[in-house]
Ligand binder design. Structure first.
Ligand code: C2E
Ligand code: MG
Ligand code: MG
Length: 751
């Protein structure tokens, strides 16, 4: 191959040398410096050798031979693929690097058209170039570096840098192609273009700087954010963007450089060109060179002004009351969560004042919601004027406010004095007249106070206790301050526990009926009163005075009442078969809620039917207040129960209520039951006031044709006196306490 390149004769060698010397080939190799260097290196070597040959023309053929061998070796081992073709495009030489690059062996390609190494459309283009050059001598590709596409034996293509040189004339002409795979470089170029595009189009400001703080790059978003154009700021110090007293970036840079890791989302402020402050979040990352040395810092700066604003808005929505702008329940609880441990740590008392605006609902309903809102805003302002700015005034609900006072000292007495003073101040301030829409309003507030120390109570407990105290203030007549009372709390807790247990008691049938005998003036049994008992699984036997009022405050009394009536009727039915008991009348207590049910008469009737009893053996005991509540309705119901159903009616606890003659006349009842308080207080003196009252009641009953029974008869003296006064029937411990059915029946038998 080299023989052809250099020519077999000295003359031809000269020609080659002169071509090379004239820069025929090397002077045009300017595109790829690597190729240029490689080619130049080869050619310069070649030149040197040839020159040496020329100068030392006389030297032996062996030296020439050696040099040719060296050139041959160079060709073979050159890192660049070198392909030589003849004037008809046939491959004449194909070095080792070419074999590596194209995947062909030399034997496979020698003599083949060079098109084999290129995909379409390079095939036809290439043929055209050579033809054109041979015919016109005009160089289109020769001597010019180009980026084209090569094709491997396996059909895959790759980007390559091609430099073509020509050599020789006429039949001896050949073309030498120097080829380099530039796939990697192309990839890098594409990546860096992509990166450039990303930086250019990023919504975030992307800035790079040297370690000395000099700005080195600046994308369009940086311009939009800071107001500087790239040409104004590149080369300037980054301190131009920092407010004077801001040193956070220095610290972040130190971390980035020393630990070679990013500092993420540093929330800070930066300076706009016009001097205004920008809320930004900055991520700083190290720029490292190939030796892993940090040579600069890249900064991604994000404008968080809007984000901050939205966050602030969300905060306001979540933690503040929209009308008064006061902290809401949520924020109050948060503050209490901090206040309790702090109080424990400092051993300082704190207090919660729970305020309710008296009769706010009435004001709202009569004056309208807009006026109600105005009143609340005015109340807020007054409340705030009573406490220090650092103290929390929160709005919990419509007309409920809480004031949290902290650091009230280490002494309970001192703390409660301070709180009492503040609470009183608030009460007075809130009770001054308000002018709302030209309407003069006299409002007031009920304030409950709870003093706390440390974490003895939970946050919820603290609020709850202040709330209980507030209710106490309300029930004490409003417009006053009440401190939380532990005794009251115990009662509340017990009430609550009992209320929950009653439901279970009904489901699990934990009730029982006791019977207390009633006698006539000859001490003969005439009947009994059925009195309920609750066999509580943990607390044992509970008397009705404890649980009936609880049941009466809930509708559960209706279920209990039904159970009692049902069981009383069952007992009357059982007694009806025995001579000893068949004439007994069983009295059952009926609660207001029970009696007021629209279907009460139906219930009683159906139970009488269900048990097949004589209705005259059943007596219902109602208190005065039950009978008088909705008096007209009561008369109708009682008349139906008496005349239609045929049961007896007794007015229980007589004398404790209104005891008015006028209504007594109208009520269709059989009996009045004198309350035991009269019996307890009676004495032996027939002229005492109590005795006179008793006599009046008994006489009145006689006048109305009513039976009279005295309850709570405990002594023979009481009995004797009652007999003397004309009382006809008796009930009391003197005869028997209320007892279970077995004991009651035994009592009857033993009389
Ligand atoms: P009440 O109807 O006035 O019942 C009389 C109460 O006086 C009973 O108390 C009875 O044990 C008590 N007592 C009777 N004789 C004497 C006596 O000589 N001395 C003293 N100190 N007390 C006497 P109890 O059983 O505790 O019932 C209390 C109240 O609970 C009843 O008063 C009644 O209002 C209510 N109650 C009882 N059972 C029922 C029921 O089944 N349904 C409803 N709604 N209320 C009931
Ligand atoms: Mg009774
Ligand atoms: Mg009674």
């Amino acid at each position: 191959m080299l023989k052809k390149l250099l020519g077999g004769t000295t003359q031809e060698v000269h020609q080659v040398i002169s071509n090379i010397s004239a820069g025929n080939l090397s002077s045009n190799i300017a595109v790829n410096p690597y190729i240029k260097n490689s080619v130049m290196f080869g050619l310069v070597e070649l030149q040197a050798v040839l020159l040496a040959n020329h100068v030392e023309r006389t030297q032996s053929a062996r030296i020439l031979q050696n040099n040719l061998a060296r050139l041959q070796a160079m060709f073979e081992t050159h890192a660049i693929a070198i392909v030589i073709i003849d004037k008809s495009n046939k491959i004449e030489a194909f070095n080792f690097a070419s074999e590596e690059l194209f995947g062909y062996t030399r034997a496979e390609v020698l003599g083949c058209n060079v098109n084999i190494l290129m995909p379409e459309p390079y095939h036809s283009e290439h043929d055209g170039y050579i033809d054109h050059y041979v015919k016109t001598g005009q160089k289109k590709i020769i001597g010019i570096g180009r980026e084209v596409v090569g094709k491997r034996k396996n059909g895959t293509t790759f980007a390559m840098q091609l430099l073509v040189g020509d050599q020789g004339y006429g039949e001896e002409a050949c073309y030498i192609g120097f080829i380099q795979d530039i796939t990697e470089r192309k990839c890098l170029e594409a990546n860096s273009k992509l990166y450039e595009l990303m930086v250019k189009n990023s919504d975030d400001a992307i800035i790079t700087k040297n370690l000395d703080g000099t700005i080195t790059s600046w994308n369009p978003s940086a311009q939009a954010l800071f107001g500087y154009r790239a040409e104004e700021i590149i080369g300037q110090s980054v301190y131009k963007l920092l407010p004077t007293d801001c040193y956070d970036e220095e610290a972040a840079v130190r971390t980035v450089v020393s630990q070679k890791k990013s500092v993420r989302q540093l929330e800070t402020v930066r300076l706009h060109k016009n001097g205004s402050l920008l809320n930004v979040s900055i991520t700083l990352s190290p720029i490292v060179d190939e030796t892993d040395t940090v040579i600069g810092i890249s900064k991604v700066v994000r404008d968080i002004h809007e984000l901050k604003q939205s966050l602030a808005e969300i905060q306001t929505l979540v933690f503040y009351d929209q009308l008064t702008r006061l902290p809401n329940r949520h924020l109050l609880l948060e503050r209490l969560k901090t206040a309790l441990p702090l109080s424990e740590q400092n051993q300082q008392y704190g207090a919660v004042l729970y305020l309710d605006i008296d009769k706010f609902k009435a004001f709202n309903d009569s004056q309208g919601h807009a006026a109600g809102d105005k009143l609340l805003v005015e109340i807020t302002a007054r409340l705030q004027s009573c406490v220090r700015e650092t103290e929390t005034v929160a709005r919990l609900g419509a007309d409920e406010f809480v004031v949290l006072l902290e650091s009230l000292g280490t002494e309970a007495l001192e703390a409660s004095n301070i709180v009492a003073h503040v609470a009183e101040q608030i009460r007075i301030t809130l009770s001054a007249p308000y002018t709302i829409n030209d309407f003069l309003y006299h409002g007031s507030s009920s304030i409950g106070v709870y003093l706390f120390l440390g974490r003895m109570d939970s946050v919820d407990e603290v609020i709850k206790r202040a709330d209980i105290a507030m209710y106490q203030a309300k029930s004490s007549g409003r417009n006053c301050v009440r401190f939380y009372d532990a005794v009251l709390q115990k009662q509340t807790d017990a009430y609550e526990a009992l209320r929950l247990d009653i439901y279970q008691a009904v489901d699990e049938q934990q009730f029982q009926l006791y019977y207390q005998i009633q006698t006539d003036k000859y001490s003969h049994p005439i009947g009994a009163e059925a009195l309920i008992r609750w066999q509580h699984p943990k607390r044992g036997m509970i008397n009705p005075t404890e649980f009936i009022p609880v049941a009466e405050s809930n509708d559960i009394i209706i279920k209990i009442g039904y159970w009692v009536l049902d069981n009383a009727c069952l007992q009357i039915a059982a007694w009806s078969h025995d001579v000893l008991t068949r004439d007994l009348v069983l009295a059952v207590n009926v609660s207001g809620k029970e009696f007021n049910q629209p279907e009460f008469i139906e219930i009683v009737t159906s139970l009488i039917k269900k048990h097949g009893i004589n209705p005259s053996r059943l007596k219902l005991e109602l208190t005065e207040s039950v009978a008088l509540n909705n008096f007209e309705q009561a008369i109708l119901k009682l008349t139906a129960l008496n005349i239609v159903v045929g049961i007896k009616l007794s007015l229980d606890d007589f004398g404790t209520g209104y005891s008015s003659l006028s209504y007594l006349k109208k009520l269709p009842i059989h009996q009045i039951k004198i309350d035991q308080s009269f019996i307890r207080d009676m004495d032996t003196d027939l002229n005492s006031l109590d005795t006179k009252m008793l006599k009046t009641i008994i006489d009145m009953a006689h006048n109305f044709d009513l039976d009279v029974i005295a309850e709570g008869v405990e002594t023979e003296i009481q009995l004797a006196l009652l007999k003397q006064l004309g009382c006809m029937s008796y009930q009391g411990y003197l005869f028997s306490k209320p007892v279970p059915i077995e004991a009651f029946e035994a009592l009857l038998k033993n009389r």
